[in-house]
Design a protein around this ligand. Structure first.
Ligand code: SF4
Length: 237
């Protein structure tokens, strides 16, 4: 069976399972699986489920060097609460210096090209390292997060990274996610209580206004409605 056909088969099976069953299925179906956490609400829920089970799933975070202090603090809080190790990956120092020399430290405000280059250096390169020896990649993508994510599957084959990409929360409504977090006392970023449903790098994230979609505060100065950092864009898959 081709990798795409296998991913479709995984997708159909995952659709019929509950949340806990999905993680058991993923851990049992793929050899080396890594969950990449942004420390957002979705990802904290996933960390809770992984830490509460006996799955052999490693957890990694990309520390871009531009994260909110609250996000950095949450890495430590989460490791202590669940007694787990979250492997931190950092951008290459030479590349970040070259970026600053060419575009300026905050050059990403000036053009989409400069912004994509910053995300490439600070996020995509570390992600390459994380996924290098991985067969399965778990993310916290949900269909309700934005129009751009409305059709996220439970599993797809990533040609670019040569991994099965799993999105076990794809169909989880926001209300159910918040209920789970409250019920299980999952630690979350205090910025979520200040209008930040989606939290990325500090200079590229603002609070949202009533009625805006959850990701409206990310790269808000750009007009492209499908803006993403590149980690989850179809061209990266
Ligand atoms: S989100 Fe902003 S600061 Fe972070 S990597 Fe992308 S452009 Fe750079």
């Amino acid at each position: 069976m081709s990798s795409n056909a296998t991913a479709l088969n995984f997708d159909q099976q995952l659709a019929a399972m509950d949340l806990v069953q999905r993680f058991e299925f993923i851990a049992n179906s793929v050899k080396n699986t890594t969950f990449t956490t942004s420390l957002g609400k979705e990802d904290q829920l996933i960390t809770h489920v992984i830490a509460s089970g006996s799955h052999n799933i490693s957890i990694a975070a990309i520390n871009t060097g531009r994260l909110f202090p609250q996000t950095i603090a949450l890495i430590e809080t989460t490791q202590q609460k669940y007694k787990i190790d979250i492997a931190e990956y950092h951008p290459d120092e030479v590349e970040t210096k070259q970026y600053a020399d060419s575009f300026g430290l905050n050059g990403f405000y000036e053009s989409i090209e400069a912004r994509h280059e910053c995300c490439r250096v600070r996020k995509l390169e570390p992600l390459d390292k994380i996924l290098k020896n991985t067969d399965g990649w778990i993310t916290g993508l949900r269909r309700e997060q934005s129009n751009n994510r409305a059709h996220v599957p439970f599993c797809e084959w990533s040609e670019k990274y040569q991994v099965f990409k799993f999105n076990p929360l794809a169909d989880l409504p926001t209300e159910a996610m918040d209920g789970f977090i409250a019920e299980h006392d999952v630690p979350i970023n205090p910025l979520h209580f200040k209008g930040f449903p989606s939290i990325g790098c500090e200079p590229c994230t603002r609070a949202i206004k009533p009625g805006e979609d959850e990701r409206a505060g990310r790269w808000w100065w750009e007009n492209d409605n499908s803006r993403e950092c590149g980690l989850h864009q179809s061209r990266s898959i």
